[in-house]
Ligand binder design. Structure first.
Ligand SMILES: [Zn+2]
Length: 297
């Protein structure tokens, strides 16, 4: 199962407080496909979500909600109020007006109610990516102005999101890991939040170790390459009987390098009998390389 399914299952299962019920249904209503006299329905890929929408509507307004399963490989569920009388009953009872373009905040009595509203919005039009693939939450919103108001509401509750315009409506998205965790907490998804944090921590640890390993590998190959060049130069000097003519400190460093081809400068300096520093050693090896270049010319 995907993270998105897990989180929708968890969110759909949360027991809603009385003060939050209107806000939750409002979130569903405002962000679902339709909530008007002609059609009241929620289309979702998540079965639990469809049933929780049904339960909420039927318990609050005593109406019938039909659930139809459709789609092939990826099934969809449509929870719909089929009777017109029931739809009118709902619309007469809700204490909010659906304008499609702005958010009626008088419904939010407490912070928990805002959380419930956002939860309804997510269940109606949201998607969460798996954190081991990417950090991302999307809300696919049918109206741009509504999307802007939603963005502001999220920001007021410590969730920083962004907006991108679509042909119809807009996408409100969140890409920062910590902001996604804030959103999950706001919506009340505690166990998925924890899983999400765990997975993202593991992912960032893996990235860090990979970077460190790449760095180590790069250092090792630099050491190997430098040692190879130095040995080639020293062998050339030996072959042309020029090594012994060099100052004694260069000869001893050349021998040290030939005897220990695999060592880094630091390891080589630790092995040196005349306790030479790394930079001193480096200087002498560079001097040998210069002499080699001169002779070769
Ligand atoms: Zn509440």
């Amino acid at each position: 199962m995907s993270f998105c399914t897990d989180i929708k299952n968890e969110l759909a299962d949360i027991k809603t407080r009385d003060c939050c019920k209107s806000a939750l249904i409002y979130g569903y209503a405002l962000f679902a496909r339709s909530f008007n006299a002609k059609r009241i329905c929620l289309q979702t890929e998540n079965e639990k979500n469809a049933y929780s929408y049904k339960k909420l509507l039927s318990s609050l307004y005593d109406v019938d909600v039909n659930i139809k399963k459709g789609g092939g490989v990826r099934p969809t569920f449509v929870a719909e109020v089929l009777s017109e009388a029931d739809r009118l009953k709902i619309l007469a009872s809700v204490d909010f007006g659906i304008t499609d373009t702005s958010i009626y905040t008088d419904l939010f009595y407490r912070d928990c109610c805002v959380g419930s509203f956002v939860r309804g919005a997510f269940l109606a039009c949201g998607h969460l990516s798996d954190p081991d693939k990417s950090y991302r939450v999307d809300f696919n919103i049918k109206d741009e102005n509504l999307a802007k108001e939603f963005l502001r509401l999220l920001l007021d509750h410590s969730v920083e999101a962004h907006i991108s315009k679509r042909q119809s409506g807009a996408l409100v998205y969140i890409k920062k890991n910590e902001m996604i965790v804030n959103l999950l907490a706001l919506m009340g998804a505690s166990s998925v939040s924890l899983q999400y944090i765990e997975t993202s921590v593991i992912k960032s640890l893996k990235n860090k170790t990979n970077r460190a390993r790449n760095c180590d590998n790069a250092n090792i190959s630099r050491t190997v390459e430098a040692s190879h060049k130095q040995r080639k130069a020293i062998e050339y000097l030996i072959k042309h009987e020029r090594l012994e003519a060099l100052p004694q400190e260069l000869v001893s460093v050349a021998k040290l390098r030939m005897e220990n081809p695999e060592l880094s400068l630091k390891q080589l300096s630790a092995k040196s009998p005349d306790s030479i520093t790394v930079s001193g050693l480096n200087h002498r090896l560079n001097r040998i390389m210069e002499i080699y270049e001169e002779i070769k010319k």
